[in-house]
Design a protein around this ligand. Sequence first.
Ligand SMILES: [Cu+2]
Length: 154
Amino acid sequence: MRTFSRRAAVLSLSALCAAPALPGFAQQAQTDTLDISGGFTRASPKVAQAGAAFMTIRSRGGADRLIGFSSPNCTQPELHTHIHDNGMMKMRRVEAIDIPAGGEAVLKPGGLHLMLIGLTTPLTEGATVPVTLIFEQAGEVPLSLPVKAPGAMN
Ligand SMILES: [Cu+2]
């Protein structure tokens, strides 16, 4: 009887691991008002302390604001943009990223991005990174970002 219940536990555990993905975790995400598409991040060298993530966020409804995110892959998530300063590209933290009513915010290399500071593990090409976006209106939106090659632009 004891053996049986142990085996049942092992079976249910392997069933969990074999599940394709956690519900709600996907590369694309949709809420009542937002479409999030084209999300990705890039592989980082082993010594890297930080990585960046990109995506397009489109509103089918009113204006919204991305005010933050969380990820188990980093300890310090920040929203960033790039600015030109004396011919140098520099990153700067922003408080929020606006998504206009009926419009979109494009997070891309050289522009707005999610900054994953304090990587808990290197970003490995082919892996996926779960992030939960936090919107002022839409609330929390989980999605899973593929890790692409180091120089990937989309
Ligand atoms: Cu940055």
